[in-house]
Design a binder for this molecule. Structure first.
Ligand SMILES: NC(=O)c1ccc[n+]([C@@H]2O[C@H](COP(=O)([O-])OP(=O)(O)OC[C@H]3O[C@@H](n4cnc5c(N)ncnc54)[C@H](O)[C@@H]3O)[C@@H](O)[C@H]2O)c1
Ligand SMILES: [Zn+2]
Ligand SMILES: [Zn+2]
Length: 361
């Protein structure tokens, strides 16, 4: 039996999103049907709509979600109807060469539901990041569901499913920020400000937030930035150096996804420091750097896939820290909206008015 529900799709490159009927199959082997309760609007959804990620239209957008398991496939264990879960877009396989070496957060064979959700006419949908959650019910792989304490509000929990986890993890996992480090974060949207929060959680002693939008920088201060630089008015590399005795930061996190901000990150870090790229570039972007500088400045240049998180390890822990009042994840929720306001939320995101708009169903 297919479930007929309402969802938000992107039909073609650059076209405004549409609300439409979506058919969701009952869960088969290895799958779970989830009644979505909340789903944040992430910049990656906008990248999809703009054709920046692929050409597999129509996309079922939304991927930062939490909800209640409604049914599971016949062979699924450890998950049952009624469980409150955060969806993740990297369900680890347990068998690939990364998993086999004990590094499951790098899993090279992450998986999604096998069956397709479709439009009423049978056209298969491509779910954003293998989730698709701007929809009343979604079908995912059971491994994409992580059970967490249901006392957290759904619109807060869902954010751990993508942007906030990506930012926290860029600092905590990929950047390995430690007590006493200096950290700079370039681009302080939902992802960058989560990196600011992660740096604070890790005990960084200096946290420099950089953005071209003053509002984002005010929020960054609330999340723990010790200094801010508006890179519309000042050179961020100079600014980082001035704030770090001329040296540069130990870890610089790029959360925009552009060659110019990556270059700023590269030159804004101390010798032997770490650059973490968590912003997602588009296919036509190119980076040019003197190879001698890549060698001479040493250290490591890393990319952060989903904050190198392990959902089973990180989601319950971060939810607990939040419930104990030690991680103000609720501050990322700028507004809650309905499904038909996703297009308006993209516009607000582009105007810099929100950290996260969250669809509540
Ligand atoms: N690596 C991952 O796993 C992962 C996960 C989620 C999102 N992302 C990516 O992270 C990036 C940020 O996502 P978001 O949801 O926070 O987006 P966002 O639009 O909310 O934030 C982007 C921020 O960058 C700022 N910015 C733009 N140009 C700038 C510049 N030249 N210098 C400094 N700041 C600048 C904007 O003012 C804004 O505050 C996106 O590329 C998104 O696709 C990556
Ligand atoms: Zn694997
Ligand atoms: Zn996202």
């Amino acid at each position: 039996m297919a479930h007929e529900v309402t969802g938000v799709i992107a039909r073609g490159k650059g076209a405004e999103v549409e609300i439409t009927r979506v058919l969701v199959p009952d869960p088969g082997p290895g799958e779970a049907l989830v009644r979505v309760q909340a789903c944040g609007v992430c910049h990656t959804d906008l990248h999809y709509r703009e054709g920046g990620i692929g050409d597999d239209f129509p996309y079922l957008l939304g991927h930062e979600a939490s909800g209640l398991v409604e049914a599971v496939g016949p062979d699924v264990t450890g998950l049952e109807a009624g469980d409150f879960v955060i969806l993740n877009w990297r369900a680890v396989c347990g068998q690939c060469r990364a998993c086999a070496r004990g590094r499951p957060w790098y899993c090279f064979a992450t998986h999604n539901a096998t069956q397709k959700m479709t439009l009423a006419d049978g056209t298969a949908l491509s779910p954003a990041l293998g989730i698709g959650a701007f929809v009343e019910k979604t079908l995912v792989a059971a491994g994409q569901c992580t059970k967490v304490d249901p006392r957290i509000r759904p619109e807060v929990a869902g954010l751990l499913g993508c942007g906030v986890m990506a930012g926290l993890g860029a600092a905590l996992n990929t950047g390995q920020v430690g007590r006493g480090d200096s950290v700079a974060v370039i681009g302080c949207g939902g992802v960058g400000n989560a990196a600011v929060l992660g740096a604070r959680l890790a005990g960084a002693r200096k946290i420099i937030a950089i953005d071209v939008d003053g509002r984002k920088l005010e929020w960054a201060r609330e999340f723990g930035a010790t200094d801010v630089i508006n890179s519309r008015d000042a050179d961020p590399v100079e600014g980082i150096r001035e704030l770090t005795e001329g040296n540069g930061a130990d870890v610089v996190i790029e959360a925009v996804g552009r060659p110019e901000t990556y270059t700023q990150a590269f030159y804004g870090r101390d010798l032997a420091g770490t650059v973490v790229l968590v912003g997602v570039p588009t296919p036509e972007m190119r980076l040019e750097l003197p190879l001698l500088d890549v060698f001479g400045r040493g250290g490591s240049l890393k990319s952060s896939w989903y904050g190198d998180c392990l959902p089973s390890r990180d989601f319950p822990m971060l939810v607990d820290l939040h419930l104990q009042g030690r991680l103000p994840l609720d501050k990322f929720v700028s507004e809650t909206i309905a499904l038909d306001q996703v297009e308006a939320a993209f516009a607000k995101m582009e105007r810099g008015e929100v950290l996260r708009s969250v669809v509540v169903l």
